[in-house]
Design a protein around this ligand. Structure first.
Ligand code: GCB
Ligand code: CA
Length: 903
């Protein structure tokens, strides 16, 4: 359904034909009364009583706050259940002769619609569109100019075993989170009740540079009570908007009939091909007229492209006869603070960002998204794959199967004509946690049921659309999918791979994918996911696997892009993910967020986005990674110098660049591996500017402004913004909420400052994480400060000038009952097994005087909770500030420490 443009069309046709058609549509997004209530039947607006209600505008989600603050990991409270949306709609009374429909672009996840208290329809599934005819429930009052009616919508997100998605690594935000439209049609109209499609199905069975054959189905409906003779006019416009051809057919539509017309359309000669570089779109406009009166009854417009494509198991993908490796990202549909209730603007901007990155491919994962996504992909030349939301697991019920099939069919009919769309996919990692682990016989039956659903989806897809491909994306366990027939069924096999993140190493990528290709030699391969977490607040000069630093993610993608583009049989690759996204229950370093995005959930680019731009863009590009540092604290290179040297990486597709630091040239450099240029920059305290310029074209440049706290080795002059030291951590941490820079810990050396004794806390039994806990920490947004710890610490010592100081000690007990297993885990999570909290008891003495006596973090505060204790200390000339940690039971610990000078 093309939104809003119909109004314009109407004007044009009015001019052309001087006739009036009341066919129209408009959004009814505003001023819905919203409340949570389990009632099955609607209440009238006049009977709301003293219910607590809110007035909301669509798109709306009722989980935007729960998803951030109320999720299971911090406190309980992610609401899943029924809610109501009610509003009044006013229409002209002469709509009595029209057909009214209410059209939903999406509501999660089960929806019942009532009009004037009467049931108008039910829809299952949170990601596809649906429409209900409602005229029969409206009492038109022809004595009055206008007629009112009430629409009441019950949306229910209660976990329903018969409805996909059952479980997944993303947040199931509930609500009417896309547009709702009122459609006004004549009795004869293009059938929009065929799974909420627009009634037009355009196929291009054969396309070459010389000729494009078209095969079009047009569904018409006569919902009136009399038979009608109509004329169907189908016109094709070229990419330049010039009319290519027009075709007329005369049709008889009996009362109540739905008819599929097949207008005879001559092939397009010398078509202007649709490609990723030249996304030429043709437009097809269908108009239907009353044959007797010549009145136009309805019109619909859609676009299509003339292109041909193929996948080859050994050679990859070909578009219009030319080889093209598909490179791009996956995408989820949420945004910081908004849940999934996004204005269309953000959807569109996301696709524009993909183009800005150099993407030619998008995996719309793990469910159909807003219409704006495919519209923009068509316009920008980004090829796509779209999928049904069956993730991780299935239910062995007939109802589950039917829901899967129906949602899949809706997805296909609603998105049928997009030139950018080349693959219909279904079932993401469906054997990730196969049920019945201990019962082989039962498990066999389960596997057969999975296959049965897959086979039904595959058969339906091929029948519905013989001109596109099908795909099942699997997790990287070759045998389980192969043994159960899931690599045989689809036309393309997708693999989601995380070597060098959850487990394994970068070198596994080529080795394993070659093995997979040899094991399934006749199927084209797409790497449907690969990615690494990156918390934009965490940085390191020496990143390691699973440390969530921006730098590790960049190393990860450098290696993957290289490895995967060197494998000729890899037809396409999709980074997981374009942007960070909500995943209630995930811990990592930001609770409830999966941060594998190349850009943040607020769409701020991470370094790795610049890496892709340099690697993929044809137009000149320069990007300085330090732009993403925020504020950073570091220690001066040598005593009293006030300079801290750190490497700065610049990504560019140019041969030679020059870097200027605070206006001073640091010299010219040639690109190293991965289009990377590195300079050692002598940062001074305060604001530093960096400018990277292409040597041959000075208009190709990038600027970065970074704030650096250069901390002195000797504290003869105490820094006024204080010291914030993250214990048990080697990463830079930027608390972007308050713009505070935390320094990685450093050992005490004579005349300076730092810790004495103890070791870095390591979580027991977790091979993938080198240090710190993976648990979320309650009572803070600075999880990385508290997740890391110096255990068995003896002392913190600062050799400071005389004065009065404020010390802030940051603690968290990192042993104890862990939060329940995440809904989503790639490995068997050993660390999620319950463990007892250590009852450590210790005293903190400041300059010999006990200030915190016999503290027990577990007893006094509980496990995994941030504890901050402030105290004061004075020092005389020649005296150090010495903080001793004296254990009585178990070891003493410290997670972070801040020091500020008061006087
Ligand atoms: C996967 C899943 C995806 C997850 C991703 C991850 O394989 O398909 O839904 O979000 O891994 O980040 O672990
Ligand atoms: Ca710490």
């Amino acid at each position: 359904m093309i939104k809003y443009s119909l109004v314009l069309l109407l004007l044009i046709s009015n001019i052309a034909f001087g006739q009036d058609s009341a066919q129209t549509q408009y959004s009814i997004n505003d001023s819905w009364i919203f409340f949570k209530d389990a009632a099955e039947k609607p209440v009238a607006l006049t009977e709301l009583g003293d219910r607590e209600v809110e007035i909301v505008n669509l798109p709306h989600s009722f989980n935007t706050d729960d998803a951030i603050y109320g999720a299971t990991s911090k406190t309980e409270g992610f609401y899943r259940g029924p809610v109501w949306y009610i509003r009044k709609v006013t229409v002209p009374s002469d709509y009595k002769n029209k057909e009214l429909f209410v059209y939903f672009e999406g509501a999660n996840q089960e929806t019942d619609v009532f009009v004037n208290g009467q049931f108008a329809g039910n829809h299952i599934g949170g990601y596809t569109r649906f429409v209900f005819p409602i005229s029969q429930f409206v009492e038109f009052d022809e004595a009055k100019e206008s007629t009112d009616f009430e629409i009441a919508v019950r949306v229910d997100t209660t976990h329903n075993l018969d409805v996909p998605t059952l479980q997944a690594d993303f947040t199931f935000y509930g609500g009417i989170y896309r547009d709702v439209l009122l459609l006004v049609e004549e009795k004869v109209h293009f059938n929009l009740e065929d799974h909420a499609s627009n009634g037009i199905y355009i196929r291009t069975p054969s396309v070459s540079a010389q000729q494009a054959e078209l095969d079009v189905d047009v569904q018409l409906k006569n919902s009136g009570t009399t038979d009608r003779n109509v004329r169907l006019e189908t016109t094709i416009y070229g990419p330049d908007s010039q009319q290519v051809a027009t075709f007329l057919s005369d049709l008889d539509l009996s009362a109540g009939e739905v008819l599929t017309a097949k207008p005879k359309i001559d092939p397009i000669e010398n078509p202007q091909l649709w490609s990723t570089d030249t996304p030429n779109q043709y437009r097809l406009v269908c108009k239907v007229y009353d044959a007797e009166t010549d009145q136009m009854l309805d019109e619909v417009m859609d676009s299509f492209g003339c292109r041909w494509f193929s996948f080859d198991a050994d050679k990859g993908f070909f578009l219009n006869g030319e080889h093209l490796q598909l490179i791009g990202t996956c995408r989820h549909q949420d945004y910081v603070g908004l849940g999934n209730a996004l204005p269309d603007y953000i959807h569109r901007e996301d696709v524009l960002r993909m183009k800005e990155m150099g993407s030619n491919f998008l995996r719309i994962a793990h469910y159909p998204q807003d219409p704006a996504i495919l519209e923009l992909c068509d316009q920008l030349g980004i090829l796509t794959t779209i999928e049904t939301p069956i993730v991780d697991t299935i239910t062995e019920s007939e109802a589950f199967k039917q829901n899967c099939l129906n949602i899949h069919l809706e997805m296909m009919r609603q998105n049928y004509n997009h030139p950018s769309l080349i693959i219909w996919a279904y079932m993401n990692e469906v054997l990730l946690h196969p049920k019945y682990k201990g019962d082989k016989a039962k498990q066999k039956v389960y596997f057969e049921k999975v296959y049965d659903i897959a086979a039904a989806l595959e058969a339906m897809t091929r029948k519905e659309d013989p001109y596109r491909y099908t795909m099942i994306p699997n997790h990287a366990n070759l045998n389980i999918y192969k043994d159960n027939g899931l690599t045989d069924l689809p036309m393309i096999v997708g693999w989601n791979i995380y070597y060098g993140w959850y487990k394994g190493e970068f070198s596994d990528v080529k080795k394993m994918m070659t093995e997979f290709h040899e094991a399934v030699p006749d199927k084209p391969m797409i790497i449907a996911e690969y990615g690494a977490g990156a918390d934009p607040r965490l940085h390191s000069l020496d990143p390691v696997r699973f440390d969530f630093t921006v730098e590790y993610a960049t190393r990860f993608h450098e290696q993957y892009l290289k490895a995967l583009t060197e494998l000729p049989f890899v037809a396409g690759i999709n980074v997981w993910n374009m942007a960070d996204f909500g995943s209630v229950g995930r811990a990592d370093t930001v609770p409830n967020i999966n941060n594998k995005g190349l850009i943040g959930i607020d769409r701020k680019p991470k370094d790795v986005f610049l890496f892709y731009q340099a690697a993929l863009l044809d137009e000149p590009f320069v990007g300085i990674t330090a732009k993403g540092w925020g504020r950073r604290a570091c220690v001066e290179d040598s005593v009293g110098q006030g300079i801290c040297s750190m490497p700065v990486e610049v990504f560019s597709n140019q041969k030679e660049l020059e870097l200027f630091h605070n206006g001073v040239s640091l010299g010219k450099k040639n690109a190293g591996e991965f289009n990377k240029f590195i300079w050692d920059v002598p940062f001074s305290g305060g604001v530093n500017t960096l400018r990277a310029v292409c040597s041959t074209n000075s208009t190709v440049e990038d600027l970065a402004v970074v704030k650096i706290d250069v901390l002195p080795i000797k504290l003869d002059e105490f820094p006024l913004s204080g010291l914030a030291l993250n214990c048990g951590d080697y990463r830079f941490f930027h608390d972007d909420k308050i713009d505070q820079a935390w320094l990685p810990e450093k050992a005490y050396a004579d005349g300076s400052w730092g810790y004495v004794g103890g070791e870095v806390y390591k979580m027991p039994r977790t091979p993938r994480q080198q240090h710190g806990t993976s648990q979320p920490i309650k009572g803070t947004h600075c999880d990385p400060v508290y997740q890391t710890q110096r255990i068995g610490i003896q002392q913190y010592r600062f050799d400071v000038p005389p004065g009065m100081y404020e010390i802030t000690l940051h603690f968290a007990e990192l042993t104890g009952q862990m939060s329940k297993a995440l809904p989503y885990e790639l490995t068997d999570a050993d660390d999620k097994k319950p463990s007892k909290a250590k009852n450590r008891v210790f005293t903190v003495n400041v300059n010999g005087k006990p200030v915190v006596q016999q503290i027990s973090l577990a007893r006094d505060y509980g496990s995994f909770r941030a504890v901050k204790i402030k105290t004061l200390a004075t020092t005389q000339s020649g005296e150090s500030l010495v903080i001793d940690f004296v254990p009585t039971k178990e070891e003493a610990v410290l997670n972070g420490i801040e020091l500020n000078k008061k006087l």
